[in-house]
Design a protein around this ligand. Sequence first.
Ligand SMILES: *Cc1c(COP(=O)(O)O)cnc(C)c1O
Length: 377
Amino acid sequence: MTRGVAEVDLSAIAANLDVVAERAGDAQVMAVVKADAYGHGMLPVSRAARAHGVPWLGVALPAEALALRADGDAGRVLAWLWTPGDPDVDACVAQGIDLSVSTTWALAEVAAAARRHGTSARVHVKVDTGLSRNGAGPAEWPDVLAAVAQAGAEGAVDVVALWTHFADADTPGAGSVAAQRTRFADAVAEAAAAGLRPDLQHLSNSGGLWAHPDLRAGLVRIGIAMYGLTPAPALGTGADLGLVPAMTLRSALANTKAVEPGTGVSYGHTWSTRAATTLGLVPLGYADGIPRAGSDRVEVAVAGQRHRCVGRVAMDQFVVDLGRDAAEAGTPVVLFGPGYSGEPTADDWAHAMGTIGYEIVTRIGPRVPRAYVGGAA
Ligand SMILES: *Cc1c(COP(=O)(O)O)cnc(C)c1O
């Protein structure tokens, strides 16, 4: 019995992609596989998504895009976040990776790389319509458009798309969505006036696809729904949305012990037994991505029965109160999974500790091996 394993069900990923494709209608799907596919493993997930016909992969970093190419992926890949002088940008241009640009410095770096390689770099020009992260805001937009038009006229860049990202796409009725949509339409009109009329626009992530299906445009960028978790509890649980959580985090008890009433548990003795009980030790901790904020809050399934984490989550281990349930070292523990066998979901964990399911799965660390089921990894 291994200490811990994050089992990833590739058939769940495929089924979730089918649900997404149905909602996406005519829009193409970009499978977002940044951050090691939200902890699920970038290469196996990407291969599964491609095998399922996904035309686009999306990553944050140029280095992530290059890792896909090194794995043999020859399809469309978009990378959108880097700092000036990132040495991977040059290789991305050489290897036909689409890059997002939203500043004149980024455009200049991409165009310079294209000239070095005697090619034309594929760029997606990003508009900040109100999220206030990357993207060109109204003050920068004219300069960015002028620079892009110039590089386009020289043949250094090929403008593939205009795009943006929403602050509150997963909230039905959010007022900011209408304001961002209007700003995007204005930015598109200004681009057209500057001679830039790319065929493709993209605006929506998973939450947008569910809460605002009219924002699908030509392409939707889908992360969390592919992994089977909800974009926002206000939209329903993953199961309500027809999704299957792809990751099951498994472990096994490393120890059990019968203890007296009044026994303090873990660092700081934040919890003590009220009655005689049995404690079980789960050998995963915050070094593995089990949030310390889950102390005294999250539940796990031990041999199919729910038990609560008691006392503080430590670096390598935490304790559960087994009550009267008999269990011994080696008894299987499911920390979270699809929820079909009594275990909580990652979304349940997120709810218990005031965060989002994205953070729960993405933070499962490299010390936890991944195992793939339900398809060829
Ligand atoms: C991460 C990310 C996505 C995917 O978002 P989900 O909510 O996981 O679907 C889409 N677009 C951008 C720009 C992102 O950074």
